[in-house]
Design a binder for this molecule. Structure first.
Ligand code: C2E
Ligand code: CA
Ligand code: CA
Ligand code: CA
Length: 279
């Protein structure tokens, strides 16, 4: 067999070294942050349209950094993804979400769901299913209340592999949701090939839904499609009453966005829930 060796030019570039050093440092810090229990989940409520009753929440990670303060995922998820720490972070988030589901269950709030973001690499990891199984056993929660959000980029991998993983996870009883629907590499292959129960319509299409006919047409089309495929729908990034009204007219099932609440710490969410299940 012929082996081709790609010639690479080893050019010394001080910037590259700095970048590499920074990446190594970030990885070390991220690992330390995990060990020191510095990550937090914030929860953003999801409400049923029209009634505005809370149905669940999306868990969004934050890093309570000892020096830098509260860091948003934009500043560390990418590093975690390239270094592989994302799987550990994901496992941590799933444990936290299960503990919260259990606590709600015990308070008679067993109908509430939690959505957790799973990065493609973690989702396709061959032991992910084992982890989920162990997690269920450990916490004793209803898997249907745990919604795993994956993005379209998962479909960049071998479709057979993705489908097999989806089937295994569905068999365990988890709910699957496509995040940022319509913005990724291939939206329709999901609907055609994979058994997924929920679509989250990306904020990009919601943003101008009041003024832009194109945005509205796209949202309407997604909702029609979802309905005929018996899929659940959630609109993300809803900030105004006008957007909300449009989505309700178009028949979107659930709403998430600053209009109802920003992502908040669990204590705050529980206080809101205690006061009223309605927003
Ligand atoms: P995402 O999954 O699309 O989450 C929605 C993002 O939109 C969140 O940003 C949320 O705070 C923000 N958002 C919610 N409502 C509104 C609104 O009405 N207006 C606007 N302008 N923004 C809104 P956040 O929390 O900064 O998270 C950013 C991204 O980081 C997430 O996007 C997700 O891809 C990723 N992420 C967050 N937590 C995790 C995690 O635990 N694991 C993984 N793998 N990724 C995560
Ligand atoms: Ca829901
Ligand atoms: Ca998400
Ligand atoms: Ca999203």
């Amino acid at each position: 067999q012929k082996i081709t060796v790609r010639k690479t030019r080893a050019v010394y570039n001080p910037d590259m070294y700095e970048q590499w050093k920074e990446a190594m440092q970030s990885e070390m810090n991220l690992g330390k942050g995990l060990d020191m229990n510095e990550f937090r989940l914030y929860y953003q409520p999801q409400v049923e349209s029209i009634t505005h009753v809370m149905t669940g929440a999306e868990a969004l990670i934050r890093w309570q950094h000892p020096e830098k303060g509260l860091l948003s995922p934009a500043s560390f998820i990418e590093i975690a993804e390239t270094t592989g720490l994302i799987s550990q972070i994901g496992e941590w988030a799933l444990h936290e979400a299960c503990k919260q589901l259990k606590s709600w269950e015990e308070q008679g709030l067993g109908h509430l769901t939690i959505s957790v973001n799973i990065s493609p690499r973690h989702f396709l990891y061959h032991r992910f299913e084992d982890f989920l199984q162990d997690c269920l056993k450990l916490h004793g929660v209803n898997p249907a209340n745990l919604i795993l959000e994956i993005t379209e980029n998962v479909a960049l991998e071998d479709a057979k592999l993705v489908e097999a993983q989806i089937q295994r996870i569905r068999q365990l009883g988890f709910t699957l949701s496509i995040d940022d629907f319509g913005t990724g590499y291939s939206a329709f292959i999901y609907l055609q090939q994979f058994s997924i129960q929920e679509i989250k319509i990306d904020r990009q299409f919601i943003k101008n839904i009041e003024t832009d006919v194109k945005s509205r047409a796209i949202v309407r089309a997604i909702l029609t499609l979802a309905k005929s495929l018996h899929m659940h729908t959630v609109a993300e990034g809803v900030e105004t009453e006008g957007q909300l009204k449009r989505l309700e007219e178009l028949g979107c099932f659930e709403i998430q966005g600053y209009y109802f609440s920003r992502p908040i710490p669990i204590e705050e969410l529980n206080k809101l829930l205690l006061a009223s299940p309605e927003f």
